[in-house]
Design a protein around this ligand. Sequence first.
Ligand code: HEM
Length: 124
Amino acid sequence: MNSLGSLHPRIGEASLQELAKNFYEEVRKIPELRSLNSEDLEAAERRIYLFLVQVLGGPQTYSEERGHPRLRMRHMQWEIDAKLRSYWMNTMLNALDKVALEQEVREELLNYFTQVTHAMINHD
Ligand code: HEM
């Protein structure tokens, strides 16, 4: 198991729930992101929460409900360029800043989001 996949017990589900909540609270304020999202932001919040629980080594409920994540493929429906990536990343940074996390855990999460957001770019 990589270290990302062992974070779940160190973070705990309450903090991940808080992170997902903060993230979508921020998304509501950013038209560039809000316009891409569905009407049902509560459902969206639950999906990213369950996804994070799974990636960090917790229960696999995300895949039971949604199937294999295939994140890059699922994101192909939006034109994600460097600018949109920055909006997402800054939004997540703001969301992370409001959750009390061990420094090491915060850094692991930041590294992960940095990498995955880069991998999600599908447009110049
Ligand atoms: C790079 C910029 C990104 C953009 C612009 C973006 C945009 C979106 C949008 C618009 C949705 C739909 C939400 C809804 O249903 O209303 C979504 C879903 C989702 N995103 Fe992203 N996203 C990005 C990066 C990421 C990253 C880095 C992750 C994970 C580390 C991620 C994980 C997810 C997940 C798990 C879903 C739900 C997929 C599903 O089950 O349908 N996204 N994203």
